[in-house]
Design a protein. Structure first.
Length: 222
């Protein structure tokens, strides 16, 4: 008895062959292990022999984007590396990166402070001669307490101190060639070490930077 279509006529269409399914996943879904290359080669050979048939892949191939496993993942799956060993390696990497970042922050902050002091130093250098004039006027009694000029001088000194500029150099302190410039040496019987006898020009510091050394007269042992 011949096959008939719904209209009662015979059908001459050939029977469609079922597709052959090949599992190309690198990880065996049953064992969870990495499949060996020879098994993949055998599948490839079988695919070549059945090229006349329709093949349907189960799971993405290696070439497809986002499906390639990392070497660490493959080592764990193949038993060459344990999850604990991998975690220790990642912890070591994290600690190293954290230490490098901390050192980078320290260097950045130190450089930022140096640049800040340099910029402020350039700004206050122009005010130092004004501070010298105020100091000389004060020594000569030209800035009486309560006067308008005395008030202006106090405001100016307060402003530069807020920027970090601090004066140094006092009579009677030990002479230090690193921060003092001796413009005259005066032999004195009463001293046993080099001592500042008089401050001719006040020195100024900005943080750890010496903006101007103090010019002094030095008393030396006679």
């Amino acid at each position: 008895m011949s096959d008939q279509n719904p209209n009662g006529q015979g059908s001459n269409e050939p029977e469609r062959e079922e597709p052959i399914i090949r599992d190309k996943r690198r990880i065996d879904p049953e064992t969870g292990k990495v499949r060996q290359p020879d098994a993949e080669g055998a599948d490839a050979a079988a695919d070549h022999d059945l090229s006349h048939e329709e093949l349907v892949d189960v799971g993405p191939g290696e070439e497809q984007e986002g499906t390639v496993l990392s070497d660490d993942d493959l080592d764990i799956l193949s038993g060459q590396t344990t999850a604990e060993q991998l975690a220790q390696e990642r912890l070591g990497d994290l600690q190293r990166v954290t230490a490098e970042y901390a050192n980078y922050r320290k260097r950045t902050e130190a450089n930022r402070e140096i640049e800040r002091e340099r910029a402020v130093g350039e700004a206050v250098k122009g005010l130092i001669p004004v501070l010298d004039d105020l100091e000389r006027a004060e020594k000569h009694g030209d800035l009486p307490e309560g006067s308008a000029f005395a008030s202006i001088a106090a405001k100016l000194r307060t402003s530069v101190e807020r920027l970090g500029l601090t004066p140094y150099g006092e009579k009677g302190e030990p002479f230090d060639p690193q921060i003092h410039e001796a413009i005259f040496q005066q032999p004195t019987p009463d001293v046993t070490t080099d001592t500042v006898a008089e401050v001719v020009e006040t020195g100024y510091r900005l943080g750890s930077t010496t903006v101007r050394v103090a010019k002094v007269v030095v008393s030396v042992p006679a």
